[in-house]
Design a protein around this ligand. Structure first.
Ligand code: SRM
Ligand code: SF4
Length: 572
């Protein structure tokens, strides 16, 4: 049962976005992808298929570094696909890793494996004639890329916490269960990419997502406090594990986080997720279904810029949203349990879990796994995978954990990691910095991010050293456009791309990722950014209270005002 009397006023009337027509007419995500695949005249997909392939986990891209040159030569842009795999909780076996590693080397233009900040990886540069073999390779090793993009529930995140092994296993199983539960049921993926025959019995129904799927992307996490490396406040639906006497007793449910904005468009804003209350463990699927179907039914399908859960929640209000979850899930929220978040970074290096096994977190700058001339990172990880019996865990900080290492294997794995430059000395500042992909593959990039960050951090490291605080760090993030993939609005210092070489500078987020940063300087170049940050670091180094983090300091001394209610005060 739903709140029928309210329902009509909760649905936004008006002209639907074209994306809604595309989904509606797609025959459950099939479109004419199969026919398009055979069209050798173009390296890309045409019409609706350009958008539909995203539901299958692929984005059409081209290399922006060579776009102008190809145009000059009157050539079509060099189209290829970026494929994003689905790996709930980031858990992947050595065997799977080796297959992906080999495939990236032999069948992609860039040869890299790019770890993303949602615990999975992307392969960039897959040409049209290699798409099918990519999906078949994934299928062979028990993976797929279904529903890693577009208007569906994305890769489900879960704290990579090998320390609390038993709790982690339970939580991971739930993350996997949510992921499976929310997957599209259409057989389109299997028919198009895996050559599964459509029979007369094939009936497509989408009991949860519906024929036109969700109004916009939807993101889910399960968090084990005190770690918040999944950055829960960037997500639509979050379950905070409440642990009592080493038992998982249930979850606090937090809804409506999200970071994307449009430069200057005050109708858009970032938002931290709101606490709705506590539920027991066995209600997690019912609550998930309730929240996602509310968003399916009430989300704005007339304006994609206003379509995410954060806007639905702001529009209908907390009480109505909460009552509807209670009705649909047949639950009553209990008051939330107290919990504490204390960190967002990964613990780089070795750590022993409660199961007596060892876990080695390797820092991968920007998540880009490639063989560089001076560091053969890709080779190093594949050599580890060849002898490692346990799993790998991909983290939401774009790093990788060699997980479940026996005492007897430890020395050998460490020697491989050292040999291939995977355990070099890295400053705390570098470990706690992140960038999105941006150029050359992201079509939406306004400024560099991944290629900008490494040298930029070197400059910040020098400033920290100059003021004698090199052992400290600031959560620093760069994102190439206001879509916010690099989660810069949850950083203590965040840069958001405005144009080539120019960024807006945001400051004032906190270490644990519960406060949105505020604009400090607009549209400045790297020289001005460094000058501004240098002054702020000097101020912080001289005037901060004991152990006071940079973001908290910036708020306390009034460098920026805190963002308390982003819907109202983010743009003030
Ligand atoms: Fe993102 C679109 C990369 C995490 C908000 N994102 C894109 C695309 C696919 C560009 C496009 O639409 O054509 C980028 C591909 C670049 C490339 O060449 O690889 C892209 N996003 C990424 C990744 C790889 C960044 C990274 O360096 O790790 C992350 C992949 C995650 C994954 O595995 O699923 C990634 N994107 C995020 C996050 C952070 C998060 O989820 O924790 C956000 C902000 C949180 C949020 O959703 O509010 C994010 N990406 C967006 C948006 C804005 C969505 C919105 O609400 O308006 C777009 C644009 C869109 O969807 O229209 C976008
Ligand atoms: Fe591309 Fe913008 Fe996302 Fe960076 S933030 S990956 S530039 S869409």
């Amino acid at each position: 049962m739903t709140t029928k009397h309210l329902k009509n006023s909760l649905i936004i009337e008006g002209k639907l976005e074209d994306a809604e027509r595309i989904k509606d007419q797609s025959n459950y995500l099939r479109g004419t992808i199969l026919q398009d695949l055979k069209n050798e005249i173009t390296g890309g997909f045409s019409g609706d298929n350009f958008s539909l392939i995203r539901f299958h986990g692929m984005y059409q891209q081209d290399d922006r570094d060579i776009r102008a040159e190809r145009m000059k030569q009157k050539l079509e842009p060099l189209y290829f696909m970026m494929l994003r795999c689905r790996i709930p909780g980031g858990l992947i076996t050595s065997k799977q890793w080796l297959a992906i590693d080999d495939f990236a080397t032999t069948n992609t233009m860039y040869g890299s494996i790019r770890l993303t900040n949602r615990q999975t990886f992307q392969l960039h540069g897959i040409f049209k004639n290699n798409i099918k073999i990519t999906h078949k390779m994934l299928h062979r090793i028990g993976l797929d890329s279904l529903a890693t993009a577009n208007d569906v529930n994305r890769n489900v995140l879960c704290t990579s916490n090998p320390l609390e092994s038993t709790i982690h296993q339970t939580v991971y199983n739930l993350a996997k269960k949510i992921s499976d539960h929310l997957l599209p049921r259409t057989k389109a993926y299997a028919e198009i990419w895996l050559d599964k025959k459509r029979t007369t019995d094939t009936v497509d129904v989408e009991p949860i997502l519906g024929k036109t799927y969700l109004p916009r992307k939807f993101k889910t996490t399960i968090v084990i406090p005190p770690h918040n490396e999944v950055d829960l406040h960037a997500n639509d639906l979050n379950f905070i594990s409440i642990i009592n006497n080493n038992n998982l007793i249930g979850f606090n449910v937090l809804i409506g986080g999200g970071l994307s904005i449009d430069h200057g468009n005050k109708e858009t804003y970032p938002r931290t997720a709101t606490d709705f209350g506590f539920i027991s463990v066995e209600k997690i699927i019912d609550v998930t279904t309730a929240v996602i179907t509310i968003q399916r039914d009430w989300g704005n399908r007339t304006n994609r810029k206003n379509a995410k859960t954060k806007y639905t929640l702001e529009r209908v209000g907390f009480e109505i949203f909460k009552r509807e979850i209670e009705i649909r899930a047949n639950i009553k929220f209990k008051p939330s349990y107290p919990y504490k978040l204390s960190s967002r970074g990964d613990r780089i290096g070795w750590i022993k879990g409660t199961d007596e096994k060892w876990h080695l977190t390797l820092f991968i700058e920007n998540g880009r796994i490639l063989d560089y001339p001076n560091k053969k990172l890709k080779k190093g990880i594949s050599e580890i995978a060849k002898c490692h019996q346990g799993h790998f865990r991909l983290t939401a900080n774009q790093n990788i954990i060699v997980s479940g290492v026996l005492e007897s294997e430890k020395l050998h794995i460490e020697s491989l990691a050292r040999k291939y430059g995977l355990m070099d000395n890295i400053s705390s500042q570098r470990k706690n910095s992140m960038a999105c992909v941006a150029f050359p593959t992201c079509p939406l990039a306004m400024a560099e991010a991944e290629r900008f960050l490494p040298n930029f951090i070197t400059k910040i490291e020098k400033i920290m050293q100059f003021y004698g605080i090199e052992e400290k760090y600031i959560i620093l993030r760069v994102t190439g456009c206001p879509n916010g993939c690099g989660r810069a609005l949850l950083a203590e210092i965040g840069l958001i791309g405005k144009a080539i070489g120019r960024y807006n500078l945001y400051i004032g987020g906190n270490k644990i990722g519960t406060r949105i940063a505020k604009i400090y300087r607009e549209n400045i170049n790297e020289v001005d950014i460094i000058a501004n940050i240098s002054k702020l670091i000097e101020y912080w180094s001289k005037e901060s209270l004991d152990e006071e983090d940079f973001g908290d300091f910036a708020i306390r001394v009034g460098i920026v005002r805190p963002v308390l209610d982003p819907a109202k005060d983010f743009w003030d």
